[in-house]
Design a protein around this ligand. Structure first.
Ligand SMILES: NC(=O)c1ccc[n+]([C@@H]2O[C@H](COP(=O)([O-])OP(=O)(O)OC[C@H]3O[C@@H](n4cnc5c(N)ncnc54)[C@H](OP(=O)(O)O)[C@@H]3O)[C@@H](O)[C@H]2O)c1
Length: 256
């Protein structure tokens, strides 16, 4: 099956490792030109180099999504290099705090909201005019199952991911007339640096596994299928949705 990404241009934020890297590599394998971004060019450049070495086309750009000017420059770099933007993947996320929500101070709230919510909006604001130039496109927001059901210790993060899900629905309504589809991906626990505490702390990972019918921690490749579908013309009549890949964890404990 072809995902129809040949000749398309995709921007992926937070692509220096983890889920963003896997999504960028998958898009490149399907023929898209990918603009991979992270805060540090030295960390993200090797991802572009590996894509090129595998026969794909990629550009690495340093972009902190907390800085509107850098986000605008990211979209401009895609336009300057490839002449168009068809797909924007909001993936750069953060979680600086694990603990009771009551004890999270304003600094923690500001940092988490700024990256996970305002950062996504900055990318969308910058990308929409470019998507309009090609008659429409795709916006894909990495949410989390924590944005659907709270997870212990992850309250602040969960609130921002719930906001991402609602942002997705709001913008799907507002941008539908521009032929821009806006969808969210909500993974459960996926084995990356970001989630290390959850899969590498025995007491926590045992609890996660007990609550996951699939009986294993997710891998980045488990997220790629949804990201391909939502970037593809196959999903042109799908907007405002949340695709969950959590091994069934939202269903509750496998032990009843
Ligand atoms: N892993 C999970 O279990 C899981 C579950 C549900 C949802 N998610 C979501 O999936 C997304 C990716 O997570 P991941 O697990 O792949 O995390 P990760 O391995 O830690 O990767 C995060 C990426 O984001 C970049 N980044 C962080 N803050 C940034 C900022 N302000 N501006 C630009 N880039 C930034 C990092 O690169 P630099 O350090 O080079 O900037 C890195 O490339 C996040 O939105 C996360 O909330 C993850």
């Amino acid at each position: 099956m072809s995902f129809g990404l040949d000749g398309k241009v995709a921007i992926v934020t937070g692509a220096s490792r983890g889920i963003g890297q896997a999504i960028a590599e998958a898009y490149a394998r399907e023929g898209a030109k990918v603009v991979v971004a992270s805060r540090d060019l030295a960390r993200v450049a090797p991802v572009a180099e590996a894509i090129q070495a595998a026969g794909g086309d990629a550009l690495a750009v340093a972009c902190h999504t907390g800085d509107e000017a850098q986000v605008k420059a990211l979209v401009q770099a895609a336009l300057d290099t490839y002449g168009r933007v068809d797909i924007a993947v909001n993936n750069a996320g953060t979680n600086p705090y694990f603990g009771p929500t009551l004890f999270a101070d304003d600094g923690i709230w500001s940092k988490t909201l700024d990256t996970n919510v305002l950062g996504y909006m900055r990318v969308i604001r910058a990308a929409v005019p470019a998507l309009q130039q090609v008659g429409g496109g795709k916006i894909i927001n990495l949410a989390s199952t924590a944005g659907i059901n709270p997870m212990p210790g992850l309250g602040v993060y969960a609130v921002t991911k719930a906001a991402v899900i609602h942002m997705t629905k709001v913008l799907a309504q507002e941008l539908g007339g521009l032929n821009i589809q806006v969808n969210a991906i909500a993974p459960g626990v996926i084995r990356t640096k970001f989630s290390r505490l959850l899969w590498d702390t025995p007491e926590i990972s045992e609890r996660v596994l007990r609550g996951t019918p699939a009986g294993r921690i997710g891998e980045v490749e488990d997220v790629v299928g949804a990201a391909l579908y939502l970037a593809s013309p196959l999903s042109d009549y799908t907007t405002g949705t949340v695709m969950v890949m959590d091994g069934g964890a939202l269903l509750g404990s496998v032990e009843g």
